[in-house]
Design a protein around this ligand. Structure first.
Ligand SMILES: NC(=O)c1ccc[n+]([C@@H]2O[C@H](COP(=O)([O-])OP(=O)(O)OC[C@H]3O[C@@H](n4cnc5c(N)ncnc54)[C@H](O)[C@@H]3O)[C@@H](O)[C@H]2O)c1
Length: 366
């Protein structure tokens, strides 16, 4: 039987979910976005089957309603939804990066007999908007569900099997566990990235050349500082208590590190880096799980005009698509100067072969 899914918010996540869910021919996706350009684009490029004019009306036809709006907006809309006329068996869910506040807002829905199961697909990008949406975004990524403790197995199975078509790994956790774990691996790194960039900006006032020297390590660490500021304002505010604890732990760690440096104990400092390397090397980085995998390839290229178009030309000829391309102007702590990003590990492996077949340039995976 055909299921109607209504997605509210057609940005990176809502658009990607729509594309992913439409892989199932028995799913019809209706979409709504407050931004009419995003809504029309979603219909024109085939991300959704139908556009909704009024949220309230479209919601009445839906078997599943998914909020893919910024978290504060989701809470506001959930309060509105409480007065809409919905199908009796409807399941309402969301994609927000925080869960405690969302589940608190869902209590009102639950009291009215509306099923709400919190959701968070743990895949994304620093890009936003419908144009960045991709059907494969959730493949191999964890998709965390945070139901109320007494949620029925039937409803959990219905939602999990719908989401299964995106090839995400659906896992159930409590909202509290969710907000604690994501504070550590997702939200707190955004604070660190933003603060490192602020530190560079201050330094740069005195030593304007510093910015030019910002090389691989700095860029890799601060990539997420380019994320949507409004979205991160809302996420960090909703998870502020967990983040404040993380920040305190970080301050303690920094003081420990400062003492290590001032004591000049080479052995202790080496152990510090060695332990961090061991933990980092053992992370499941090639999965799109808690850590967002980036399939970068470093190409050591000589400096002559046209070298970049030459390489991209070889890749295009072998039909290998790239998602990003950047030139690192300095070779400090990176292996090459051209960094090409790919959507999948397979594409990157094909690119290594392709470059080896056509050139003498060395390639590295960091
Ligand atoms: N970007 C990520 O990496 C990521 C990953 C996992 C989960 N999330 C979560 O998914 C949700 C969406 O994030 P995104 O990255 O797709 O953001 P986005 O900015 O790409 O898209 C959000 C969309 O919601 C629309 N919108 C805003 N208010 C609306 C309203 N009142 N009614 C209808 N539409 C409205 C916007 O116009 C926009 O098109 C957020 O809750 C975010 O926390 C994001």
């Amino acid at each position: 039987m055909k299921q109607t899914v209504f997605i509210i918010g057609l940005g990176l996540i809502g658009g990607s979910l729509a594309l992913g869910l439409k892989r199932n021919n028995d799913v019809k996706v209706i979409g709504y976005d407050a931004n009419t350009h995003a809504l029309r684009t979603a219909k024109r490029i085939g991300v959704i089957d139908e556009m909704a004019v009024y949220m309230k009306d479209a919601a009445g036809f839906a078997d599943i309603i998914i909020f893919a709006t910024p978290v504060n907006e989701t809470i506001r809309l959930m309060n509105e939804l409480a007065s809409w006329k919905l199908k009796e068996q409807v399941i309402v869910t969301d994609t927000g990066s925080t869960k405690n506040e969302i589940m608190k807002a869902a209590v009102t829905l639950k009291e009215q007999g509306i099923t709400f199961i919190g959701g968070h697909p743990m895949a994304g990008s620093h890009k936003s908007g419908i144009e960045a949406a991709r059907a494969h975004l959730f493949e191999n990524a964890y998709y965390l569900l945070t139901p109320f403790p007494n949620e029925s197995k039937d409803n959990m199975n219905r939602l999990s099997s719908l989401l299964g078509v995106t090839k995400a790994k659906v896992v159930q956790v409590s909202a509290e566990e969710h907000d604690h774990m994501t504070a550590v691996v997702s939200h707190f790194p955004h604070l660190v990235a933003a603060s490192l960039v602020h530190q560079l900006a201050v330094e740069n006032e005195q030593f304007p050349f510093t910015k030019q020297l910002a090389a691989g390590g700095f860029r890799d660490l601060t990539r997420i500082a380019s994320s949507n500021p409004i979205m991160w304002r809302d996420i960090t505010l909703q998870n502020r208590y967990e983040l404040s604890n993380q920040l305190q732990a970080w301050i303690d760690e920094m003081i420990k590190l400062q003492n290590l440096l001032l004591q000049s104990d080479a052995e202790d400092i080496e152990t510090y880096f060695r332990t961090a390397k061991k933990v980092r090397d053992e992370l499941p980085i090639n999965e799109q799980g808690a850590m967002f995998a980036v399939y970068d390839l470093y190409v050591d290229v000589p400096d002559y005009p046209g070298v970049i178009s030459e390489i991209t030309g070889y890749l295009a000829k072998d039909r290998i698509s790239i998602t990003n391309l950047r030139i690192v102007e300095t070779r400090v702590d990176v292996f090459g100067i051209l960094v090409i990003s790919f959507q999948t590990m397979e594409d990157r492996a094909k690119a290594v072969e392709c470059i080896a077949k056509n050139t003498t340039f060395e390639t590295y995976i960091s």
